[in-house]
Write a protein that binds this ligand. Structure first.
Ligand code: AHR
Length: 617
């Protein structure tokens, strides 16, 4: 067949913003500790707990030789850093790092540090070894009598290894905390820095923005904090004040994805990284409605006010003068100049539109009053369509919200079929931030489907202002979600085909769209093209194998949705109808829940539907 594309270079389409394509970083799949955060010691402050993961204890990743006891008492190093380890005289403790161990490279330098306290004074002997023997010359530290002091020692690796172990041995009884080992070569040699190869992989994309810190981890769990009045709270929503200041004073928290997050990689480090790579920072704050399957609205006016104030304080932390309360905190951390924050997102995937919106309005009013230049971003829930999505969009439109965040993880076929999704979006309504999307899989075909879809985003650059693939990172030994853009272990990293697609688009952002028309497009006019598609409800991955058959028996879709680990499943019965040329499930009787791939309760569905549109039945 003859295909032709006509381009009129003199015609001008919408402008494409320089920040159009960005990245979304969430601490999922151990993307932070054991990932982008360069710390090599796992559970450095003995804070792991069964609240984080049933298998955890405060000594997870540690092996004791002799006597050692985890202590949680008033002798602690800092209020939010509850536990420390009391090492008996002549005893030692060994850390196993992440993956196969602590990875070191021949000739490279490593910085060890520890907080220690010994009533009668002590010595610490620090060694770096693997099964083959010594990896670097042992270091001896003299611990003075009295209170907590930070001690440091440097190592130079004499051999390359991916199975290293770090051992700290005490001469006399010694309390230790924040046992830390960093490569000297962090990204841009910054202190408390980032793993070089991973940071460089992100920098090489030339992202226009960095959305952080999540995702589901932002707005799940308790909205309380560590304050005296609320007591000791774990499983809290992600609250930025927990994550700034000296690392030994930061809280740790249970990560929504089933492990402990140290917050060593915190808001200051996120802002610094965005600045380093020339990207716009785009933080997400919780809005007192939990999402991601928890779906609960918190009714507590005082708490809501506190969170709104925290959000104002966050903007002050990013942009305020050094004379302001939070600007001073930023300056003390090493960055007197502002971080130039212009966009902030309130909430992530709340599935209760009315409840979310009542709270969002209050956040927005407070931000507008104090920082009228800020773009305040709302969201449309976790689906690409459906009744909740429609209700959320209506609320956003009515309130003339600046920008709405959409998320969807669908089959590659869905992405190919929906290239025109934004062609019909209201040009006078809120702009779109496609904050999370991916086709299910990391194959070349997935990358291709996403590339095709991105041409549709770009064609609609007047409506779609920002877009980021998700998730960004996965440590291959700790995977909760797939597909992912960049994969790694404790010593290597590799981009997916999808990564190359993102790099291609981000590194070549045009100034404007040049309108084009195509004739004879392959596949046009057949029964599938543009005419038949499944909405999110139907493509929800619980339908392990979905087949759609037209009345004449033609198979319109046969999809086994391979390639997804964590998926949304629909566990109710409903009926189906055709709306806007797509099959939509209505009267859904049960909630969506997250399940793991391989769940034996998955079923095959034979879905026989009658297709009527443009090209006939
Ligand atoms: O990107 C992984 C998860 O997908 C995010 O945490 C959440 O926002 C979405 O459901």
């Amino acid at each position: 067949a003859d295909y032709s594309i006509t381009v009129d270079p003199s015609a001008t389409g919408p402008e494409i913003g320089k920040t159009m394509y960005g990245v979304f970083f969430e601490d999922i799949n151990r993307a932070a500790d054991g990932g982008l955060y360069a710390e090599l010691v796992q559970n450095r402050s003995f804070e792991y707990s069964t609240d984080d993961n049933e298998a955890y204890t405060p000594l997870t990743a540690w092996t004791v030789s002799g006597t050692a006891q985890v202590v949680n008492d008033a002798g602690r190093l800092a209020d939010r850093n509850r536990n420390y380890l009391l090492l008996g005289a002549g005893s030692s403790v060994t850390n196993a790092g992440y993956n196969t161990g602590i990875a070191v490279q021949d000739g490279k330098k490593y910085d060890f540090s520890v907080w220690a306290r010994a009533e009668a004074g002590s010595t610490l002997t620090v060694t770096l070894q693997d099964a083959g023997g010594t990896l670097a010359a042992a270091r001896r530290i003299t611990v003075g009598k009295g209170g907590w002091v930070r001690y440091k020692a440097g190592f130079t690796a004499g051999r390359t290894s991916t199975t290293g172990r770090l051992t700290v041995a005490a001469g006399a009884a010694t309390a230790v905390d924040m046992v830390s080992l960093f490569p000297r070569d962090t990204y841009r040699h910054e202190p408390n820095g980032l793993r070089e190869d991973l940071a460089e992989k992100v920098a090489a994309l030339h992202p226009g923005f960095v959305r952080f810190p999540g995702g589901c981890l932002v707005n799940t769990g308790s909205m309380q904090d560590y304050s005296e009045s609320s007591g000791w709270q774990r499983k809290r929503s992600y609250q930025w004040k927990d994550t700034v200041g000296p690392v030994e004073r930061r809280a740790t928290n249970s990560d929504f994805w089933g492990y402990n997050q140290s917050y060593g990689l915190g808001y200051y480090e996120y802002f610094r990284f965005a600045e380093d790579i020339g990207a716009m920072p785009l933080p997400v704050v919780p809005a007192l409605v939990t999402g991601c399957g928890q779906n609960r609205a918190v009714d507590d006016d005082a708490l809501l006010k506190r969170h709104i104030q925290d959000t104002l304080d966050l903007i002050e932390f990013a942009n305020g003068p050094v004379t302001s309360e939070w600007g001073e905190v930023r300056a003390r951390m090493g960055h007197p100049k502002p971080f130039h924050l212009t966009h902030i997102e309130v909430g992530n995937e709340e599935n209760l539109p009315e409840e979310f919106f009542a709270r969002f309005r209050q956040f927005r009013a407070a931000i507008d009053a104090r920082y009228p230049y800020m773009t305040v971003i709302s969201n449309a829930g976790p689906d690409d369509s459906g009744p909740t999505f429609d209700a959320a969009w209506q609320l956003n439109r009515d309130a003339r919200v600046d920008m709405v965040d959409e998320h969807y993880y669908n089959s590659p076929q869905w992405f190919l079929r929906n290239n025109d999704r934004y062609d019909s979006y209201d040009r006078s309504g809120p702009k779109v931030f496609l904050g999370e999307y991916a086709s299910q899989g990391n194959t070349f075909g997935n990358g291709l489907a996403e590339a095709a879809y991105m041409t549709g985003l770009e064609r609609n650059a007047d409506v779609v202002r920002l877009a980021s693939y998700a998730p960004l990172f996965a440590n291959e030994d700790y995977v909760q979600w797939r597909p992912n853009l960049v994969w790694f272990d404790n010593h290597a990293s590799w981009g997916s085909a999808d990564y190359e697609v993102q790099k291609l688009f981000m590194s070549n952002v045009g100034d404007r769209v040049v309108p084009s028309t195509a004739t004879g497009t392959p596949g046009a006019g057949g029964p599938i093209t543009g005419a038949v598609g499944l909405s999110t409800w139907a493509t929800s991955a619980a339908y392990d194998d979905v087949r759609v058959t037209a009345a004449d028996g033609t198979t319109l879709l046969d999809d086994d949705f391979s390639g997804g680990a964590s998926r949304w499943t629909h566990t109710g019965t409903g009926s189906w109808s055709v709306r806007d040329g797509r099959y939509v499930q209505t009267d859904v009787a049960a909630e969506n829940t997250m399940v793991q791939a391989g769940d034996p309760s998955w079923h095959d569905y034979d879905l026989h539907v009658k297709a009527t549109k443009e090209s006939g039945e």
